[in-house]
Design a protein around this ligand. Sequence first.
Ligand code: PGA
Length: 249
Amino acid sequence: MKLLMAANWKMYKNQESARATLVELATRIAPLPQDREVAVFAPFTLLPACAAAVQGSPIRLGGQNCYPESEGAFTGEISPGMLQDAGCTLVLTGHSERRAILGESDEFVGQKTAFALQLGLDVVLCIGETLAQREAGKLEEVLARQLAAGLADVPASVPPQRISIAYEPVWAIGTGKVAGPVEIVAAHTAVRHMLHNNFKENASQVRIVYGGSVKPDNAKEIIALDNVNGVLVGGASLQAESFSRIALA
Ligand code: PGA
């Protein structure tokens, strides 16, 4: 299984800075070690420019969200097919900012996940607990709920390699507070066990990546941990220099 080293650009950048960042990133990560894959989740409007910029490089392009229908009267939404048309092979679902700020339910995240996979996009499904949930001893309960709903409608025929789970403790996102090795291993190991419900003996083929204040100076230590199969990086992914150091960590 290759490590997934992924950038989440959130609502940052314009066409020129996106293009420049990707061109520089492609140069800095070449040649990409065989054991890893690099992906960038860019804002919708930047996707065509990004697709042109990553051509001929190993960088995969992803959308940050999608709507679970092919087309129709869904003002403001983007379908998985539109993402593919713009050059994407991946999509993020269930990012905590969408759950908390846009009010997305566990079930809606599950609909998007299943539909995007059916249409051919690989999915990175994000799950994670808030500080209050963690302090109330609800870590495993929250992860199990988000994971079960997120994968509920995924057909058994979908190869497990097409799905990655991003464990992102909400209290570690954009805060500079990275979860410690013990906390990361405990959460990832719990997720690995939970994945047996859906994938049985293939559960080990689903990547579980960590997200939350990953930086060039902690990435190597994080990807060396048990059951950590990559990282999802926000702030430190915006500059090619810092993200390339993470991608090659
Ligand atoms: P961060 O964001 O690296 O800035 O903490 C991670 C994420 O939200 O995916």
